[in-house]
Write a protein that binds this ligand. Structure first.
Ligand code: MG
Length: 267
């Protein structure tokens, strides 16, 4: 082989090598940046610790005299739709039921810190599994979700099971009753506080009793519920309580609150 051709061949090889290095470098850099920025839902889903199963049928309550009743089984006068001109959910036998794909509904009134009591029921006929089985949710101030799900012998990520502060806190126990049975939540919600510049002063706290069992013990909420990525607070004022249409025939009844801002404070 003439020396000129050998030289050209060597140069070509070196150039090829350099280009490969260059491509590899940028590909690695790009992947790193992409990994850093792009979250997938699974990044925030955890399967342990699995809470112990407890059998519980307690916690059922009638509204006390100072309660503000949000739903007494008769009409949607205290509720607003999010996707349709009117609330399209149905009412039967004193309970409201999600009409799938008509959208979430939320209270006409806005609230700060509250005690919220409600009863809920997932369909007796099991349809779907994991997150697709009796999924709904209670959003405090339309942002912070306490999950509603059929968690009776139904595996899913534990920070997304019933009574989880969705994708933030696993309940301390699985107090699920079988599908088709009425269950109850007694929730204490302490609203977050922000200063005039929008900075967070006090985070939200959530306490949940599920069928009478303490399952969230005043957990510090990390921010609004996110399906993908990490929660981050954005300043807001009082807001409504929202019930989720997640496409499943979940029912609610006997919904009332007590305003904690109006409770006496003993110093
Ligand atoms: Mg939900």
């Amino acid at each position: 082989m003439p020396p000129a051709i050998i030289l050209e061949y060597t140069l070509m090889k070196s150039l090829h090598f350099l280009i490969s290095l260059f491509v590899l470098f940028f590909f690695t850099l790009f992947s790193a940046v992409a990994q850093d920025r792009e979250w997938v839902p699974e990044d925030t889903e955890f399967y342990t610790p699995v809470p112990p199963v407890v059998e519980a049928v307690g916690g059922f309550m009638e509204p006390p005299s100072d309660a503000f009743v949000l739903f007494d089984g008769t009409d949607f006068s205290n509720w607003l739709p999010t996707r349709t001109p009117q609330v399209e959910w149905t009412i039967e036998d004193g309970a409201m039921t999600v009409t799938p794909r008509t959208g979430n509904i939320f209270t006409r009134d806005s609230f700060g810190s509250i005690q919220l009591y409600l009863e809920w029921r997932t369909p007796e006929v099991i349809d779907g599994d994991g997150q697709g089985r009796g999924n709904s949710g209670v959003f405090l101030q339309r942002r912070y979700e306490v999950q509603v799900l059929d968690s009776y012998q139904n595996e899913t990520y534990v920070n997304g099971m019933a009574a989880s502060v969705y994708k933030q806190y696993v309940p301390l126990a699985n107090a699920a009753r079988p599908p088709g049975e009425w269950q109850n939540y007694n929730i204490i919600f302490e609203a977050p506080e922000f200063d005039e510049t929008g900075e967070l002063v006090t985070p939200a706290y959530i306490t949940v009793f599920w069928n009478g069992v303490l399952v969230q013990n005043r957990v510090e909420v990390e921010g609004p519920t996110r399906y993908i990525g990490l929660p981050e607070y954005v300043a807001h004022g009082e807001d409504g309580i929202m019930l989720q249409d997640h496409g499943d025939l979940v029912s609610f009844r006997n919904i009332w609150i007590r305003k904690l801002d109006e409770s006496p404070v003993w110093e």
